[in-house]
Design a protein. Structure first.
Length: 85
């Protein structure tokens, strides 16, 4: 099980295809991982729903979600090698 105490950040990306590729590589190699998804298109500083206020006009869908991928500290070097970082 991956916890805040035994994990290390492997990658941060805004690219859905890239995060899927990383996840597939880790899964095929038997490396446990955890993904945190941060949705940057939902709440503004004023606490209002951005999309409700403005719709999706002008929104770049490629950068609306941030994917943070964590692995266990002991697997970090191998995972980094496998994803080519």
């Amino acid at each position: 099980m991956i916890t805040i105490f035994n994990r290390r950040e492997l990658s941060v990306t805004y690219d859905m295809a890239r995060q899927a590729e990383i996840r597939r590589t880790l899964a095929e190699s038997g490396i446990d991982y955890q993904v945190k998804v941060v949705n940057h298109s939902t709440v503004s500083l004023g606490g209002e729903m951005t999309r409700a206020r403005t719709g999706s006009f002008g929104e770049n869908a490629n950068f609306s979600h941030e994917y943070i991928i964590y692995v266990k500290k002991r697997d970090y070097e191998r995972a980094k090698y496998l994803i080519g970082k």
